[in-house]
Design a protein around this ligand. Sequence first.
Ligand code: SAM
Length: 246
Amino acid sequence: MPRTHAALPRLYVEPDLVAGGSLTLGKEQSLYLAAVLRKTVGDEVVLFNGRHGAWLARLTSDSKKSVALEPMEQIAAQTPPSDLWYGFAPLKTERLDYVIQKAVEMGAGTIQPVITRFTQVNRLKHERLVANAIEAAEQCEVLSVPVVEAETTLERLIDTWPADRRLVLADEGEASASPVDVLGTLKGQKVGILIGPEGGFSDDERTKLRALPYVVPISLGPRILRADTAAVAALAVIQAIIGDWR
Ligand code: SAM
């Protein structure tokens, strides 16, 4: 996708984007544009809302409390949201922020925290995860913000897993091998990827998961990767072999 207007700030907004329309930003985004970036009336920004593609808009008011903008023209058509499902055992705060951002950058369409036996975090601040996903979407120029689901448990995930989707399991117990051939067999299928917590999956979790017909265990090489490294590595090989990097 050719990059255009790369130098302009990109903001995710909720309202519809129509030429000649008008929208007013909330306090945080107004402060960011008017105070931090010192944008003034007439300056241009790029807006997206996940439905109408990317729009060039200009400031019609630069009040630090409520910047007003007028969308002028669509500069990129809306792309379909990614179908890639990303499940992970949540990590402690700053690494959790990191994992959410990397999942967005690597093209996940659904981000699902999964509480497993050795997960060290149980209560998540959902609005913080969503804010991280929006910030990452603005930065990496996607046009849809991935859906960040509320946390679930591994048991509930298994009970509700859709029959038409394969679940790639990053299994640290899998004999070291390249995942290229295994992933190649999933071309054209709906997939999800599941990454365990710092303490890994418990033995009975691994046994249970590996016995499921839709689960495809993969190795991510001979070294034990930290959970956030494994997230990026797994998403990279999936995108490169059967995803949207082709
Ligand atoms: N139990 C080990 C530990 O505590 O160090 C490994 C846990 S690892 C830090 C966290 C998660 O990353 C694993 O559950 C798995 O999903 C993934 N992972 C890490 N290294 C991997 C590898 N070499 N192959 C497959 N998955 C890996």
